[in-house]
Ligand binder design. Sequence first.
Ligand code: FES
Length: 318
Amino acid sequence: MITVCQHTGPWARARRGTVGPTDEGRLRPHTLAEHGLMREKTLTTLEDASVTPVVLGGPRGGPDVPTLRTDRYWVQPVVTFVVLTSFVAYASWAAFVNKNYFVGSSFHRNLISPFYSPCLTASCVPGASHTPTIPWWEVSPALLILIFPLGFRMTCYYYRKAYYRSFWLSPPACAVSDAHGSYTGESRYPLLLQNLHRYFFYFGLIFNVILTIDAIVAFQQPGTPSGIGISVGTVVLVVNATLLWLYSLSCHACRHLCGGGVKQFSKAPIRHKLWKTLTPLNGRHMLFAWLSLVFVAFTDLYVRLVASGTIHDYGFHF
Ligand code: FES
Protein backbone atom coordinates (compact mmCIF):
# COMPACT_ATOMS: atom_id res chain seq x y z
CA MET A 1 0.00 0.00 0.00
CA ILE A 2 1.36 3.45 -0.96
CA THR A 3 0.06 6.65 0.62
CA VAL A 4 0.66 9.95 -1.21
CA CYS A 5 -0.39 13.51 -0.56
CA GLN A 6 -2.14 15.33 -3.38
CA HIS A 7 -1.27 19.02 -3.36
CA THR A 8 -3.62 21.62 -4.65
CA GLY A 9 -3.07 25.35 -5.25
CA PRO A 10 0.11 27.46 -5.57
CA TRP A 11 1.81 28.87 -2.56
CA ALA A 12 1.22 32.47 -3.56
CA ARG A 13 -2.51 31.96 -3.49
CA ALA A 14 -2.15 30.28 -0.16
CA ARG A 15 -0.40 33.35 1.18
CA ARG A 16 -3.28 35.50 -0.07
CA GLY A 17 -5.69 33.11 1.55
CA THR A 18 -7.43 32.39 -1.76
CA VAL A 19 -6.39 28.82 -2.27
CA GLY A 20 -9.03 26.85 -4.09
CA PRO A 21 -9.54 23.14 -4.49
CA THR A 22 -9.09 23.40 -8.27
CA ASP A 23 -5.55 24.67 -8.02
CA GLU A 24 -2.95 22.30 -9.35
CA GLY A 25 -0.12 22.21 -7.20
CA ARG A 26 3.13 22.88 -5.67
CA LEU A 27 2.15 23.59 -2.08
CA ARG A 28 3.80 21.87 0.82
CA PRO A 29 1.69 19.59 2.95
CA HIS A 30 1.82 21.85 6.00
CA THR A 31 0.61 24.84 3.90
CA LEU A 32 -2.24 22.77 2.55
CA ALA A 33 -3.06 21.51 5.99
CA GLU A 34 -3.38 25.11 7.16
CA HIS A 35 -6.06 25.66 4.55
CA GLY A 36 -7.69 22.31 5.08
CA LEU A 37 -6.93 21.30 1.53
CA MET A 38 -4.63 18.33 1.96
CA ARG A 39 -6.21 15.10 0.90
CA GLU A 40 -4.75 11.71 1.19
CA LYS A 41 -5.21 9.18 -1.51
CA THR A 42 -4.52 5.54 -1.03
CA LEU A 43 -3.12 3.77 -4.06
CA THR A 44 -3.64 0.08 -4.19
CA THR A 45 -1.66 -0.55 -7.35
CA LEU A 46 1.09 1.26 -9.21
CA GLU A 47 -1.29 1.72 -12.19
CA ASP A 48 -3.19 4.27 -10.12
CA ALA A 49 -0.22 6.65 -10.17
CA SER A 50 -0.30 9.18 -13.02
CA VAL A 51 2.91 9.36 -15.04
CA THR A 52 4.28 11.88 -17.51
CA PRO A 53 5.50 10.11 -20.63
CA VAL A 54 9.06 11.04 -21.51
CA VAL A 55 10.59 10.21 -24.84
CA LEU A 56 14.33 10.38 -24.82
CA GLY A 57 16.07 11.67 -27.92
CA GLY A 58 15.82 15.43 -27.56
CA PRO A 59 18.77 17.80 -27.49
CA ARG A 60 21.76 16.13 -25.84
CA GLY A 61 19.78 13.08 -24.79
CA GLY A 62 17.02 14.81 -22.85
CA PRO A 63 13.26 14.53 -23.25
CA ASP A 64 11.86 15.28 -26.69
CA VAL A 65 10.24 18.47 -25.43
CA PRO A 66 12.03 21.65 -24.28
CA THR A 67 10.96 21.13 -20.70
CA LEU A 68 8.50 19.39 -18.43
CA ARG A 69 8.35 22.39 -16.14
CA THR A 70 4.98 24.09 -15.88
CA ASP A 71 5.98 27.07 -13.74
CA ARG A 72 6.96 30.48 -15.10
CA TYR A 73 10.67 29.69 -15.23
CA TRP A 74 11.10 32.20 -18.08
CA VAL A 75 10.35 35.23 -15.88
CA GLN A 76 13.83 35.37 -14.34
CA PRO A 77 15.74 35.25 -17.66
CA VAL A 78 13.42 37.86 -19.16
CA VAL A 79 13.89 40.24 -16.21
CA THR A 80 17.65 39.67 -16.34
CA PHE A 81 17.67 40.41 -20.07
CA VAL A 82 15.72 43.65 -19.63
CA VAL A 83 17.78 44.94 -16.69
CA LEU A 84 21.18 44.08 -18.20
CA THR A 85 20.23 45.50 -21.60
CA SER A 86 18.99 48.70 -19.97
CA PHE A 87 22.18 49.02 -17.95
CA VAL A 88 24.44 48.47 -20.98
CA ALA A 89 22.44 51.01 -23.01
CA TYR A 90 22.55 53.62 -20.25
CA ALA A 91 26.23 53.05 -19.40
CA SER A 92 27.21 53.28 -23.09
CA TRP A 93 25.34 56.55 -23.49
CA ALA A 94 26.78 57.96 -20.27
CA ALA A 95 30.32 56.97 -21.25
CA PHE A 96 30.14 58.60 -24.68
CA VAL A 97 28.25 61.77 -23.77
CA ASN A 98 31.34 63.26 -22.06
CA LYS A 99 29.68 66.03 -20.08
CA ASN A 100 27.85 66.67 -16.78
CA TYR A 101 29.94 64.09 -14.92
CA PHE A 102 31.34 66.45 -12.29
CA VAL A 103 29.71 68.82 -9.81
CA GLY A 104 32.35 71.32 -8.74
CA SER A 105 32.93 74.47 -6.72
CA SER A 106 30.37 76.54 -8.64
CA PHE A 107 27.76 74.34 -6.91
CA HIS A 108 29.75 74.19 -3.61
CA ARG A 109 30.15 70.49 -4.16
CA ASN A 110 32.80 67.93 -5.13
CA LEU A 111 30.91 65.06 -6.74
CA ILE A 112 32.15 62.93 -9.61
CA SER A 113 30.35 60.19 -11.50
CA PRO A 114 31.78 56.68 -10.90
CA PHE A 115 31.85 56.17 -14.67
CA TYR A 116 34.42 58.97 -15.02
CA SER A 117 36.62 58.32 -12.00
CA PRO A 118 39.58 58.45 -12.12
CA CYS A 119 39.45 61.18 -14.76
CA LEU A 120 42.69 60.61 -16.61
CA THR A 121 42.71 62.93 -19.61
CA ALA A 122 43.67 66.55 -20.12
CA SER A 123 40.14 67.18 -21.39
CA CYS A 124 38.60 66.44 -17.95
CA VAL A 125 36.58 69.35 -16.62
CA PRO A 126 38.49 71.51 -14.10
CA GLY A 127 38.51 69.98 -10.63
CA ALA A 128 37.53 66.48 -11.81
CA SER A 129 41.05 65.11 -12.11
CA HIS A 130 43.47 64.56 -9.22
CA THR A 131 46.01 62.49 -11.15
CA PRO A 132 48.49 63.04 -13.98
CA THR A 133 46.55 63.23 -17.22
CA ILE A 134 46.96 61.88 -20.73
CA PRO A 135 47.18 64.89 -23.08
CA TRP A 136 46.50 63.19 -26.42
CA TRP A 137 43.26 61.38 -25.47
CA GLU A 138 40.50 63.39 -27.14
CA VAL A 139 37.37 61.31 -26.65
CA SER A 140 35.49 60.66 -23.43
CA PRO A 141 37.74 59.86 -20.43
CA ALA A 142 35.20 57.25 -19.33
CA LEU A 143 36.22 55.05 -22.26
CA LEU A 144 39.74 54.76 -20.83
CA ILE A 145 38.64 53.11 -17.61
CA LEU A 146 35.34 51.33 -18.25
CA ILE A 147 37.06 48.17 -19.48
CA PHE A 148 38.04 47.32 -15.90
CA PRO A 149 34.66 47.48 -14.13
CA LEU A 150 33.03 46.10 -17.27
CA GLY A 151 35.51 43.20 -17.46
CA PHE A 152 35.00 42.50 -13.76
CA ARG A 153 31.23 42.24 -14.20
CA MET A 154 31.32 40.40 -17.52
CA THR A 155 33.54 37.65 -16.12
CA CYS A 156 31.77 37.43 -12.74
CA TYR A 157 30.64 33.88 -12.00
CA TYR A 158 27.15 35.05 -11.11
CA TYR A 159 26.68 37.31 -14.15
CA ARG A 160 27.97 34.53 -16.38
CA LYS A 161 25.13 32.32 -15.24
CA ALA A 162 22.69 35.21 -15.60
CA TYR A 163 23.57 36.19 -19.13
CA TYR A 164 24.20 32.66 -20.40
CA ARG A 165 20.63 31.95 -19.36
CA SER A 166 18.96 35.14 -20.47
CA PHE A 167 20.85 36.09 -23.64
CA TRP A 168 22.01 32.72 -24.96
CA LEU A 169 19.32 30.46 -23.48
CA SER A 170 22.11 28.08 -22.63
CA PRO A 171 20.06 26.85 -20.86
CA PRO A 172 17.31 29.33 -19.91
CA ALA A 173 16.71 27.59 -16.55
CA CYS A 174 17.25 24.37 -14.68
CA ALA A 175 15.56 21.36 -16.33
CA VAL A 176 14.94 23.33 -19.54
CA SER A 177 16.74 22.24 -22.66
CA ASP A 178 19.58 24.25 -24.10
CA ALA A 179 18.71 26.32 -27.17
CA HIS A 180 21.91 25.07 -28.79
CA GLY A 181 22.67 21.64 -30.16
CA SER A 182 26.18 21.43 -28.76
CA TYR A 183 28.00 22.56 -25.69
CA THR A 184 31.66 23.31 -25.20
CA GLY A 185 31.47 25.07 -21.88
CA GLU A 186 34.16 27.66 -21.32
CA SER A 187 36.94 25.52 -22.68
CA ARG A 188 37.54 27.49 -25.90
CA TYR A 189 38.20 31.04 -27.04
CA PRO A 190 36.52 33.47 -26.42
CA LEU A 191 34.85 32.06 -23.30
CA LEU A 192 38.22 30.82 -22.14
CA LEU A 193 38.89 34.47 -21.30
CA GLN A 194 36.38 34.20 -18.48
CA ASN A 195 39.31 32.81 -16.48
CA LEU A 196 40.68 36.34 -16.32
CA HIS A 197 38.12 37.08 -13.65
CA ARG A 198 40.56 36.94 -10.74
CA TYR A 199 42.76 39.58 -12.44
CA PHE A 200 39.79 41.85 -13.04
CA PHE A 201 39.04 41.36 -9.36
CA TYR A 202 42.40 42.94 -8.47
CA PHE A 203 41.70 45.91 -10.75
CA GLY A 204 38.22 46.14 -9.24
CA LEU A 205 39.79 46.61 -5.81
CA ILE A 206 41.84 49.55 -7.11
CA PHE A 207 38.65 51.16 -8.43
CA ASN A 208 36.92 50.55 -5.12
CA VAL A 209 39.69 52.44 -3.34
CA ILE A 210 39.40 55.32 -5.83
CA LEU A 211 35.61 55.50 -5.49
CA THR A 212 35.93 55.37 -1.71
CA ILE A 213 38.26 58.37 -1.87
CA ASP A 214 35.68 60.09 -4.11
CA ALA A 215 33.02 59.41 -1.47
CA ILE A 216 35.22 60.95 1.25
CA VAL A 217 36.04 63.93 -0.98
CA ALA A 218 32.30 64.38 -1.52
CA PHE A 219 32.10 65.73 2.03
CA GLN A 220 33.96 68.80 0.80
CA GLN A 221 31.75 71.80 0.09
CA PRO A 222 34.06 74.46 -1.37
CA GLY A 223 32.99 78.03 -0.77
CA THR A 224 31.02 77.28 2.43
CA PRO A 225 32.29 78.61 5.80
CA SER A 226 33.72 75.30 7.01
CA GLY A 227 34.24 73.77 3.59
CA ILE A 228 32.74 70.51 4.84
CA GLY A 229 29.18 69.24 4.85
CA ILE A 230 26.81 66.47 3.88
CA SER A 231 24.43 66.44 0.97
CA VAL A 232 22.28 63.88 -0.79
CA GLY A 233 25.12 63.53 -3.29
CA THR A 234 27.53 62.69 -0.47
CA VAL A 235 25.23 59.94 0.76
CA VAL A 236 24.76 58.61 -2.78
CA LEU A 237 28.51 58.34 -3.34
CA VAL A 238 29.04 56.69 0.07
CA VAL A 239 26.31 54.10 -0.57
CA ASN A 240 27.71 53.45 -4.03
CA ALA A 241 31.22 52.80 -2.68
CA THR A 242 29.80 50.56 0.07
CA LEU A 243 27.82 48.44 -2.38
CA LEU A 244 30.83 48.09 -4.66
CA TRP A 245 32.92 46.87 -1.73
CA LEU A 246 30.22 44.38 -0.78
CA TYR A 247 30.09 43.16 -4.36
CA SER A 248 33.88 42.72 -4.51
CA LEU A 249 34.26 41.17 -1.06
CA SER A 250 31.49 38.66 -1.79
CA CYS A 251 33.23 37.62 -5.04
CA HIS A 252 34.04 33.92 -5.36
CA ALA A 253 37.60 34.76 -6.42
CA CYS A 254 37.98 36.86 -3.26
CA ARG A 255 36.74 34.03 -1.05
CA HIS A 256 39.10 31.61 -2.77
CA LEU A 257 41.97 34.05 -2.43
CA CYS A 258 41.38 34.24 1.31
CA GLY A 259 40.60 30.63 2.14
CA GLY A 260 41.15 28.52 -0.97
CA GLY A 261 43.86 25.88 -1.22
CA VAL A 262 44.30 25.62 2.55
CA LYS A 263 44.62 21.99 3.59
CA GLN A 264 44.35 22.65 7.33
CA PHE A 265 42.57 25.74 8.56
CA SER A 266 44.06 25.20 12.03
CA LYS A 267 47.46 26.01 10.54
CA ALA A 268 46.19 29.17 8.82
CA PRO A 269 44.02 30.89 11.46
CA ILE A 270 44.02 34.31 9.79
CA ARG A 271 42.96 32.91 6.43
CA HIS A 272 40.36 30.80 8.20
CA LYS A 273 39.00 33.90 9.94
CA LEU A 274 38.87 35.81 6.65
CA TRP A 275 37.19 32.89 4.91
CA LYS A 276 34.57 32.59 7.63
CA THR A 277 33.90 36.34 7.48
CA LEU A 278 33.53 36.39 3.71
CA THR A 279 31.44 33.24 3.38
CA PRO A 280 28.12 34.85 4.49
CA LEU A 281 28.79 37.73 2.08
CA ASN A 282 29.52 35.24 -0.66
CA GLY A 283 26.10 33.69 -0.09
CA ARG A 284 24.55 37.06 -0.96
CA HIS A 285 26.72 37.73 -4.00
CA MET A 286 23.76 37.78 -6.38
CA LEU A 287 22.02 40.41 -4.25
CA PHE A 288 25.12 42.62 -4.12
CA ALA A 289 25.67 42.13 -7.86
CA TRP A 290 22.25 43.57 -8.68
CA LEU A 291 22.22 46.29 -6.01
CA SER A 292 25.65 47.59 -6.95
CA LEU A 293 24.85 47.47 -10.67
CA VAL A 294 21.65 49.46 -10.36
CA PHE A 295 23.11 51.88 -7.84
CA VAL A 296 26.22 52.69 -9.83
CA ALA A 297 23.97 53.74 -12.72
CA PHE A 298 21.80 55.71 -10.31
CA THR A 299 24.90 57.47 -8.91
CA ASP A 300 25.95 58.54 -12.38
CA LEU A 301 22.43 59.73 -13.10
CA TYR A 302 22.23 61.70 -9.87
CA VAL A 303 25.56 63.48 -10.48
CA ARG A 304 24.49 64.15 -14.06
CA LEU A 305 21.19 65.71 -13.02
CA VAL A 306 22.88 67.95 -10.44
CA ALA A 307 25.71 68.94 -12.79
CA SER A 308 23.26 69.88 -15.53
CA GLY A 309 21.19 71.98 -13.12
CA THR A 310 18.14 69.74 -13.50
CA ILE A 311 17.90 69.09 -9.75
CA HIS A 312 19.38 70.68 -6.64
CA ASP A 313 21.66 68.67 -4.37
CA TYR A 314 20.14 69.35 -0.95
CA GLY A 315 22.44 69.26 2.05
CA PHE A 316 23.99 71.24 4.85
CA HIS A 317 27.46 72.35 5.91
CA PHE A 318 29.07 72.41 9.33
FE1 FES B 1 31.05 37.81 -9.12
FE2 FES B 1 33.70 37.56 -8.66
S1 FES B 1 32.21 36.02 -8.80
S2 FES B 1 32.52 39.36 -8.91
